[in-house]
Design a protein around this ligand. Structure first.
Ligand code: PLP
Length: 364
């Protein structure tokens, strides 16, 4: 059996330090917004090449709070993609804002900057590009478009920890970068967690207030906020795992390289970027017709797999009403029928990658 995901082999080397960090927090008497969160925020901001990070309760909250900090509100429009799952759309809707879906590039499955013109309108405020599968969106086109139309860019980096576009770490390129520390992510906690990263001190200050009822130092609500905090236990664990993040991303790249070599000539794998640093390989994705035959072959060999994502968000019952009929995002819709994610995580053995690739390549 090869599971689709398992954090345990990748955490083995750090396990003693994780246990010690947990013990230290339990013994400290401080569980919420203490020294661990503050230290993690400094260390994670530095990792991203930004000046500040604000720890929050999840990646979805990070996106919602980022949009809120930018004063996006009811009726405002936010452009994003429909092939990256529900979270960015749920965040947009939590403010009463309206998602405007843009199609993706057929080769990368990332936001297609050339298609933005067709969806921008008078009420558009922001663009939320998603660094899907861990591959950095080529940001130049998105930033130029945003500047021309007076829009703010909020990066969804939930899958992108460790990726860079043209030498700039994801999360440090737009106004705010939003990360998730859900256990499966490249930097995963032992529960939920997230962060907003920014180099704008004013936005960081507003995000710190928003995550706790809009409080200032005197617990006076200056603005309307809510409760969305990263806790000390998760922050202490994340500090240990952050010291391993560069090497675990390097390990993901190495394993992805083995997949690419083993699948060369099949046309199944999404092509890798020319610049290796652009991809942090949160997921290794192949694109195949008659996907159910591949699923059956993997199941027969006890190999785990995932689909990210099977249903485009604009076709889901909850979001259909935003004017987007089936057929309006042809590249997205086709990709959702064809993508298949293979096991990829630190600690996955080379011979396991070989077995998975052989199984996939044999389906004809
Ligand atoms: C995981 C994920 C999120 C949300 O993160 P949570 O911590 O699960 O709320 C947002 N966007 C993308 C693309 C994700 O993969």
């Amino acid at each position: 059996m090869i599971p689709f995901f398992d954090y345990r082999p990748g955490h083995r080397a750090a396990r003693d330090r994780i246990d010690a960090a947990i013990r230290e927090v339990l013994d400290s008497g401080r569980l919420i917004l203490g020294p661990q969160v503050a230290a993690f925020e400094r260390e994670f901001a530095a990792f991203c090449g930004a000046s500040e990070a604000v720890g929050v309760a999840s990646g979805t909250d990070a996106l919602a709070l980022a949009l809120r900090a930018l004063e996006v509100g009811a009726g405002d429009e936010v452009i994003t993609v429909a092939n990256a799952g529900v979270p960015p759309v749920a965040a947009i809707r939590s403010l009463g804002a309206i998602p405007r879906f843009v199609d993706v590039d057929p080769d990368t499955l990332l936001i297609d900057a050339a298609a933005l013109e067709a969806v921008v309108g008078d009420r558009t405020r922001c663009i939320v590009p998603v660094h899907l599968y861990g591959r950095a969106v080529p940001m130049a086109g998105v930033l130029q478009f945003a500047e021309r139309h007076g829009l703010t860019v909020v990066e969804d980096c939930a899958q992108g920890h460790g990726a860079a576009d043209a030498g700039r770490s994801v999360g440090s390129i737009g106004a705010i970068g939003c990360f998730s520390f859900y256990p499966t992510k490249n930097l995963g906690a032992y529960g939920d967690g997230g962060a907003c990263v920014t180099s704008n001190g004013e936005l960081a200050e507003r995000l710190r207030q928003l995550r706790m009822y809009g409080f200032d130092e005197r617990r006076h609500s200056r603005i309307e906020g809510l409760n969305s905090r990263l806790d000390e236990l998760q922050a202490a664990i994340l500090r240990v795992l952050l010291t391993e993040l560069s090497s675990s991303v390097a390990e993901r790249r190495r394993l992805a390289g083995l997949y690419h070599a083993a699948l060369a000539g099949t046309g199944q794998a999404l092509a890798p970027p020319a610049d290796a640093t652009a991809h942090a390989y949160h997921l290794f994705v192949v694109r195949v017709r008659e996907r159910e035959r591949y699923v059956a072959a993997l199941d027969a060999e006890g190999i785990g797999h995932g689909i990210h994502y099977a249903e485009p968000v604009h076709e889901m019952d909850a979001y259909r009403r935003f004017d987007w009929a089936r057929g309006s995002l042809p590249v997205t819709e086709r990709a959702c029928r064809e993508v298949l994610s293979l096991p990829l995580y630190p600690g996955l053995a080379e011979d396991q990658v070989t077995r998975v690739a052989r199984c996939v390549a044999a389906v004809r």
